[in-house]
Design a protein around this ligand. Structure first.
Ligand code: ATP
Length: 246
């Protein structure tokens, strides 16, 4: 990995790029994942590279939903595996939710590499290699899931998800939590709870909230409205840009 000095003003952002590039070199992340990361970066620039208050409220709702799930599963793609392997493993253990490798550009080799990468970081229950079920309404390889994982889950945490698959999971009657820096994406619009935040910040916050809510037996936010939350996100971004000295 290229060495970035910690004093560099864009240290965090550059380190994420390095992790994504390392993911591509290791055969974990797809080349298209690099472009998806760039789209995320652009939105993070507008957001101000911090967690918006509305995103924090979405994270709180997501923690409650995941904690009260009967069978939660965490979907992991090539970008997630490259950026936050330790954090998704920690979250998986806290929620007692298996990780499932689920990728858009599906190849058996890449699924295996992501699984091995997560296992090297300490994961013990990584699904996705069986791919013995299909999400209805999705064509080709990207519909593949494990029967004992995403297929029969009631709540799926699917960060950096694709809009079609998010919609298809909802159509199966599942609740979907996404993490996506783009509040306008189809994924953000279709999900039950969309956390508009960077994956590193969001998973870190989610871990803290799950720990907190576990202690107080957090109540489910029954009246959570995803559409209203996305509008708040967009207002918070617009306000910030209007206040900015350009
Ligand atoms: P959709 O089908 O939902 O409209 P899309 O085609 O815009 O999605 P994809 O390429 O399927 O996007 O998924 C990538 C999404 O992940 C993008 O919306 C991007 O903003 C988001 N993203 C990329 N990197 C990060 C990151 N580090 N943290 C959070 N979100 C990210």
């Amino acid at each position: 990995m290229f060495r970035i000095p910690k004093t560099h003003p864009r240290y965090k952002s550059l380190m994420k790029r390095e992790k994504i590039v390392a993911g591509i070199e290791a055969g974990i992340t797809s080349k298209q994942g690099l472009i998806a990361h760039g789209r995320g970066e652009a939105f993070d620039y507008l957001i101000g590279e911090r967690t918006l208050p509305a995103a924090m409220r979405a994270t709180e709702a997501a923690a409650a939903l995941l904690l009260t799930a009967r069978k939660p599963v965490i979907s992991v793609n090539g970008n997630v595996a490259a950026l936050v392997p330790e954090k998704v493993i920690e979250l998986s253990e806290l929620l007692n939710a298996p990780l499932e490798v689920n990728i858009f550009y599906w190849t058996e080799a890449r699924v295996r590499k992501i699984k091995e990468h997560l296992e090297r970081h300490g994961a013990t229950n990584v699904l996705g290699a069986k791919a013995d079920a299909r999400i209805p309404g999705i064509e080709h390889a990207r519909a593949r899931v494990d029967y004992e994982g995403i297929y029969t889950a009631d709540v799926v945490l699917a960060p950096l998800e694709d809009g079609d698959r998010c919609k298809a999971l909802i159509a199966m009657g599942k609740k979907v939590v996404t993490i996506d820096l783009n509040p306008l994406s189809r994924t953000s619009k279709h999900a039950t709870v969309s956390i508009v935040d960077d994956i590193e910040r969001a998973v870190k916050n989610l871990i803290s909230m799950v720990k907190e809510q576990k202690k107080v037996k957090g109540a489910l936010l029954e009246d959570y409205d995803n559409e209203a939350n996305l509008k708040e996100v967009i207002n918070e971004i617009a306000e910030r840009l209007q206040d900015e000295d350009l």
